[in-house]
Design a protein around this ligand. Structure first.
Ligand code: UDX
Length: 510
């Protein structure tokens, strides 16, 4: 253990695009287990975003799969081939493998316990309400329930993101529960973190960048190698290690990504004041292969179900370990990230005051935090603002911890009349903030607007025609909070253009 068996870690990945749909139905069955027995039977506990994706991808790899959830409605929907969230490529896999019978769903731990050789745990580990720490009750319940119902030799494999030390604790929980249950079979635990990105979850599961396995025996490693035989044959780096490293790999990766985004966004605060081009700065440092250009896109910052909660849970965990100062910089990263939202509200005030009153008013330094200053309220009150995008990133319908939705709500709270349009996210956003004004087309959002704010970089927004948009708006003003629009055609169409990471100087920019 502790070894990397594929040295090609820095190799450029040239994976073919993931095929889904009919073509993929030819996916071969996996080879028999090393001992020449039948292929492994796989269960996946938790059928949310991670679990449903993993279950469908395991079926795509040729395994017989049983997905388990305690939510009967979710199981019924999945059995009908219906997904409760948007993820490109996944509906096709689900339908195909449910129809073929290779992928089934159940609410019964008895059934999976008597049937599967490998049980993946893909339940959520959300942030505890009012705290930074992760809520582990679902993962604990899954391990306990499996331990109480498995009646044969099996491997339990945690995929959920957990604080370091959790797997060792769950190993003890597994042992004591098995002892009390007195059931036949030897059950072992392994930890195999996921790294899937929303919008690319199928690709990331079927052709991962790397596979990490926290294992305590050669047997556990062998089982996981059988599960991932196809990826391993294609050269995916395989890192077999201890529980602690496997747990930390996941949070370290997310902490690094969050830091990278906040790093460039901190420089945005400088260029916004002194001038300069944040995109060119990112390009220039990104050419250094030690730095790399990815995750240096300055904008309204990170959100979603992973990065924000994972950096908070990591700080909480290291504090528990008595290492309070170790991850203190992550609190700073979190602050930089949240300040970007303040900046958009501030910029809205500046752009509107310039457009409506001919002078640039600054909302004031007290703008930090989610409560708009009185100056901001005065300007924003009654202003018509088109909000383009509410999801935390494009190609997703997820609005969890979405910077875009937060900004929309702050503007609404300050008295603005917001017309919100997102290609996929309106329904989820409306559940969270029902009082915002939602519309179902881009055109309806911009009609009569005093200001347009692009908050999530969907292709539909990247491709907007400035003249078409300008004709519909009352005032030609725009804030690009994701830095994806070329300002020149917007200036040419008479727009006042502002962007994060750029000084707002309307009189010099047109
Ligand atoms: C992330 C990790 O990438 C993934 O490996 C992990 O398993 C789960 O968390 P995801 O939440 O799907 O995946 O989103 P990601 O693509 O990482 O983007 C996170 C956030 O950062 C988004 O809000 C995105 O808009 C923002 N972001 C990303 C930036 O603001 N700038 C960038 O340059 C990149």
């Amino acid at each position: 253990m502790g070894h990397v068996t594929n040295p090609a870690i820095d190799a450029v990945q040239t994976e073919p695009a993931v095929r889904t749909g009919t073509a993929a139905s030819t996916a071969p069955r996996p080879e028999s287990a090393a001992g020449g027995g039948p292929p492994l039977r796989v269960s996946v506990v938790g059928t949310g975003y991670l679990g449903a994706t993993h279950a469908a991808c395991m079926a795509e790899l040729g395994f017989e799969v049983l997905g388990l959830d305690i939510d009967q409605a979710k199981i019924d929907a999945l059995t009908r081939g219906e997904l409760p969230f948007h993820e490109p490529g996944l509906p096709e896999l689900l339908t195909q493998h449910v129809q073929s019978g290779r992928l089934r769903f159940t609410t019964s731990y008895e059934e999976v316990g008597a049937w599967a050789d490998v049980h993946f745990i893909g339940v959520g580990t959300p942030q505890k309400p009012g705290e930074s720490a992760a809520d582990l009750r679902f993962v604990d319940a899954a391990v306990r329930s499996l331990a109480e119902h498995i009646t044969r030799d099996a491997l339990i494999v945690g995929k959920s993101t957990v604080p370091v030390g959790t797997a060792a604790r769950l190993k003890d929980l597994l042992a004591s529960t098995r002892q009390a249950a007195g059931l036949p079979g030897t059950v072992e635990l392994a930890w195999n973190p996921e790294f899937l990105r929303e919008g690319y979850a199928v690709k990331d599961t079927l052709t991962p960048d790397r596979l990490v396995a926290g294992v305590e025996s050669a047997h556990a490693e062998d089982i996981l190698r059988q599960v991932y035989a196809k990826s391993l044959a294609e050269g995916t780096p395989w890192i077999a290690t201890d529980f602690e490293t496997a747990e930390l790999v996941k949070v370290a990766a997310n902490a690094f990504l969050a830091t990278k985004i906040s790093f460039i966004n901190a420089f945005s605060e400088i260029t916004e004041q002194v001038g300069g081009d944040i995109g060119t700065l990112a390009d220039a440092i990104g050419h250094d292969p030690r730095i790399g250009r990815k995750f240096l896109n300055a904008g309204v910052g990170f959100g979603g179900g992973c990065l924000p909660k994972d950096i908070r849970a990591l700080q909480a965990r290291v504090s528990e370990l008595g290492l309070d100062r170790t991850m203190r910089f992550l609190a700073e990263m979190d602050d930089i990230n949240l300040r970007r939202r303040d900046r958009v509200v501030d910029l809205a005030v500046q752009v509107l005051s310039h457009s409506l009153h001919g002078s640039v008013r600054v909302a004031g330094a007290d703008g930090a935090g989610s409560v708009p200053s009185p100056a901001a309220v005065e300007i924003l009150n009654g202003a018509k603002i088109a909000i383009l995008g509410v999801t935390f990133k494009p190609n997703s319908d997820d609005v969890r911890d979405s910077p875009a939705l937060d900004v929309a709500n702050r503007l609404y709270t300050a008295g603005a009349e917001v017309a919100v349009y997102d290609p996929k996210g309106n329904a989820n956003a409306a559940k969270r903030f029902p009082r915002l004004g939602y519309v179902n087309t881009l055109a309806k959002a911009v009609i009569g607007a005093d200001l347009l704010i692009l908050l999530t970089e969907w292709d539909e927004f990247r491709q907007m025609d400035p003249e078409d948009i300008g004709r519909l708006m009352d005032r030609r003003t725009l804030i690009d909070a994701r830095n994806v629009l070329d300002p020149s055609p917007w200036h040419a169409a008479g727009f006042t253009h502002a962007a994060l990471g750029h000084r707002f100087a309307p009189d010099s920019s047109g």
